[in-house]
Design a binder for this molecule. Structure first.
Ligand code: GLA
Length: 425
């Protein structure tokens, strides 16, 4: 290991911990190394991914990292330096033994088991390993710590498989989006949340200075510049984590599916000859104009849910265009609108998130802000002139405890690279 400048700090931290945590009588294979993957901020396009819509995430300079060593037995042993906890599972019998093994694992390790299971399900050959996991993505806070853990697991598996499988764009066993899809399924089986592909794709596709415009139906994606020297991407954590988040997430997803089923019937009732209505399979397929015409026939709350998703998809595409011309002031306006929709129509915000957005709105130099990720707690994302970051910080420190009885933490993120791994000799 010669140049360590490109290796994220948590990976080096995990590497330092490894010999302390895993000492003893293990017969290790040759392969020793580190693997990591980033968390993400989603600039805009919330709850659109599972509606076959568009998202515009940015991988950030916060990662989850593994440092470890390949083993001769088919066993994975892990130490979480955050939870100060061990976990262990066997590769033997997977994917069949997934459900049984999952029950014996702490929450964080279920994501690792999930990824290993999904990789084996697509026919990849894996080897056992021991590893320390460390990271600096805020946990459960809307920056996709679980996706970072999943994608880092895939990278670690590639590293310790001793070349049996590779991840990359050309001649690799798995392309980045195939890894993202496997990690998305892993998240679903590990957590029971019917998540979309946003978080895992954002982590897999990260590039310094870029946002990614992803079509969640075709899985086509395009990089857009996200580099403005005078702007900062500020993430503010409410400090709130609500259990409700996963159950309500699945409820929203079901509401969207129900809205689509009803929509087909509504169109056929009003336009009996409209055969195209039969091919509507997701809210993505409904235009704003059609919604304006027939939306009132949907019962509440389905009308509001669908209305939000349709408008949000349009905002994502508009943001994509605005990024091409660095029109950040206009993008900021769309962020406020996105938050209002998530709060009033999609109803996934909470008083703490709303308070942070309101505080940000009163600070000069904040171009836009909105809640980030699934909702019901977690973080807001703020697009801010760098010279105004200090005023925003002061306003949050002054106002947020008064309004919420809590402290918020503030983080400045940069658009950073995707997953990586490196061997240590
Ligand atoms: C969570 C899910 C994503 C996405 C967002 C909301 O982060 O994992 O798939 O649906 O919520 O945009």
């Amino acid at each position: 290991m010669s140049d360590t400048t490109a290796i994220p700090q948590p990976a080096l931290h995990a590497l330092e911990q490894f010999p302390i945590v895993f000492s003893g009588n293990v017969e290790y294979a040759e392969m020793q190394g580190m693997a990591w993957a980033p968390g993400r901020v989603n600039l805009i396009g919330e709850h659109t991914d599972y509606n076959d819509g568009f998202v515009l995430p940015i991988a950030v300079d916060r990662v989850t990292a593994f440092a470890g060593r390949g083993r001769r037995e088919d066993v994975v042993r892990l130490w979480s330096s955050h939870y100060k906890e061990y976990a262990q599972f066997s590769l033997e019998g997977l994917p069949t033994t997934f459900a049984r093994q999952r029950e014996d694992l702490p929450g964080w390790a279920r994501y690792v088991l999930g990824v290993v299971t999904e990789l084996m399900s697509v026919g990849v050959t894996l080897a056992g390993f021991d590893a320390v996991i460390a990271g600096d993505v805020p946990l459960g806070g809307g920056m996709s710590s679980s996706a970072a853990l999943e994608v880092a697991t895939a990278e670690a598996c590639a590293l310790f498989s001793r070349g049996a499988f590779t991840i990359g764009s050309e001649r690799a066993t798995l392309a980045p989006m195939q890894v993202a899809a496997a990690c998305q399924r892993a998240e679903q089986i590990a957590s029971g949340v019917r998540c979309g592909i946003l978080d895992q794709a954002a982590s897999c596709l990260g590039r310094p200075g870029k946002a990614v415009l992803l079509d969640c139906r075709s899985l086509d994606y395009r990089y857009l510049p996200f580099e403005a020297p005078n702007l900062s991407l500020v993430v503010i954590d409410t400090g709130v984590r609500r259990e409700l988040a996963s159950s309500e997430y699945n409820v929203r997803r079901k509401e969207c599916e129900d809205a689509v089923t009803l929509w087909r019937e509504i169109i056929l009732q009003h336009e009996s000859g409209n055969e195209a209505a039969r091919s509507i399979t997701a809210l993505r397929d409904i235009t704003q104009e059609e919604f304006d015409r027939y939306g009132r026939h949907l019962p509440e709350p389905l009308r509001r849910r669908a209305g939000y998703v349709i408008a949000e998809n349009a905002r994502v595409l508009q943001t994509g265009k605005l990024l091409e011309t660095d029109s950040f002031v206009e993008i900021g306006k769309l962020l406020w609108l996105s938050h209002a929709g998530l709060r009033d129509e999609y109803e996934v915000s909470c008083s703490e998130l709303d308070a942070l957005v309101m505080i940000a709105k009163q600070v000069e130099g904040v171009l836009g802000a909105r809640m980030l990720g699934g909702g019901f707690g977690g973080c807001t994302v703020n697009l801010v002139y760098s010279e105004a970051v200090k005023s925003l910080r002061q306003a949050v420190e002054r106002e947020y405890p008064r309004r919420s009885g809590r402290q918020a933490s503030i983080d400045i993120c940069r658009a950073a690279g995707g997953p990586g791994n490196v061997c240590v000799r």
